[in-house]
Design a protein around this ligand. Structure first.
Ligand code: ATP
Ligand code: MG
Length: 407
């Protein structure tokens, strides 16, 4: 057995109840985003590496440590997408939609990151996500967050998550803040982790997102963004908060929310639960007004979020198991043709039915009972309909079955 093939570390098969949970998350999101006028896009699972390397930030964890990048047979550098936003923005540009705004995009699908696998953290994981491209108004930020909140509530986990909101300011706020951070962290260069020493040179804001314990202690005493905000950035953030309240979304302010990717400005937010240990962030996002331009398009502001389907799946109640309500049981090989006719009749009328493939009638009835079916149709010389709960049985005409079973 030692050479039995195993799934690659950090990947999982989805079947049975896991798959039902997964599907419930995606279907709930699809239904809710439609209420807000969003429609679904699918972009390729792999892209030119530059789609990510140019946009996510050269000092971000995702780009430095987590990307699945390889050279394909033609010698091009390809990356399995680690997140959804860059691909959607690339698609906005390649499909010539930058003048057809707003675009309200929903997506669902696999993402890939080379991480240390643990509960709620995989190498192939899945996200639902949304991007609202075009509007630069704080109304858009609040609406996108409210949509996420409605999805979480409809999944039944509204009470177990907390929305934490912060602002990263505009370019001027960030420049001023950056200067203060460099001043502060430069006093402690020797105590910073190796990663953060590099961040101090390239992107000091990134130090605030460090997972290193020593860095975290220094971060606790660091200057705060709020004190560097321009009047415009402060007014924008105030308006986001007022609109969130108007949408009825509860939130707390948390200056520690800086997000792991470089393209964010203004609003940054996370929905966090305490139920999943260190993997507590279930939905996270922010505003990224410079991203489309950075990718070679015109200036198109954007706001969005991504949510881990695995993490959401672990939090929701188990969906009820699905049963096929009708079991067709031929009374012998010679009745199979008639049984097939009845299967076609029912399925053609949108009634789910399955056939017992083998065994005597008693065996097949036992199996039908076990499967959770409500009715068995016994097909011999004549056709009998058996209510599996009550045991009642009656002769019926085959043509009458759709009407009887739909009731
Ligand atoms: P974390 O801090 O947990 O590493 P992140 O900031 O890297 O998260 P994002 O890039 O914001 O995560 O992705 C959005 C969401 O996708 C996360 O909030 C989480 O729910 C989910 N997610 C991210 N990475 C993974 C992973 N490796 N496995 C499962 N879910 C993940
Ligand atoms: Mg991460």
């Amino acid at each position: 057995m030692s050479d039995q093939l195993q799934p690659v570390r950090g990947t999982r098969d989805l079947l049975g109840e896991d798959m039902a949970r997964f599907a419930r998350v995606v279907e709930t999101a699809r239904r809710v985003v439609a209420l807000y006028g969003f429609s679904e896009w699918q972009t390729p699972i792999f892209e030119d590496t530059r789609v990510f390397s140019r946009t996510l930030g050269e000092t971000s964890d995702v780009v430095t440590k987590e990307m699945y990048t390889f050279e394909d047979r033609g010698g091009d550098s390809i990356t399995l997408r680690p997140e959804g936003t860059a691909g959607v923005c690339r698609a906005l540009i390649t499909n010539g939609l930058t003048q057809t705004l707003p675009q309200k995009v929903f997506y669902a699908g696999p993402m890939f990151r080379y991480e240390r696998p643990q509960k709620g953290r995989y190498r192939q994981f899945h996200q639902i996500g949304v991007e609202l491209l075009g509007p630069a108004t704080p109304l858009a930020d609040a609406e996108v967050i409210a949509m996420g909140w409605q999805i979480l509530r409809e999944l039944g986990i509204g009470d177990t998550v907390q929305l934490q909101v912060n602002t990263l300011g505009d370019a001027a706020s960030r420049a001023a803040y950056r200067e203060k951070l460099v001043g502060y962290f430069s006093q402690y260069t020797n105590e910073l982790s190796a990663d953060s020493k590099l961040r101090l040179q390239k992107n000091p804001l990134r130090i605030l997102d460090s997972k290193d314990e020593g860095d975290k202690k220094l971060v606790a005493g660091a200057p705060q963004m709020q004190d560097s905000l321009t009047d415009e950035a402060r007014a924008f953030f105030d308006a986001v908060q007022n609109n969130l309240t108007a949408f009825g979304v509860p939130f707390v302010l948390d200056p520690a929310i800086v997000r792991g990717l470089d393209y964010y400005n203004h609003t940054a937010f996370e929905f966090v639960t305490t139920a999943l240990g260190a993997q507590g962030t279930v939905m996270a996002g922010g505003r990224y007004d410079g991203l489309v331009e950075q990718m070679g398009g015109p200036s198109v502001p954007g706001i969005g979020w991504g949510a881990g389907i695995e993490r959401l799946s672990m939090l929701i109640a188990a969906p009820a198991a699905a049963h096929v309500p009708v079991a067709i049981i031929p009374m012998g090989a010679e009745s199979e043709g008639r049984a097939i006719g009845i299967l076609n009749l029912l399925r053609g009328q949108n009634i789910a039915a399955e056939i017992g493939y083998s065994g005597n009638v008693k065996k097949r009835l036992e199996r039908a009972n076990k499967s959770g079916a409500a009715f068995a149709v016994l097909v011999g010389e004549d056709v009998k309909l058996k209510n599996l709960a009550s045991g009642e049985q009656a002769d019926v005409a085959a043509e009458a079955l759709p009407g009887l079973l739909r009731a």
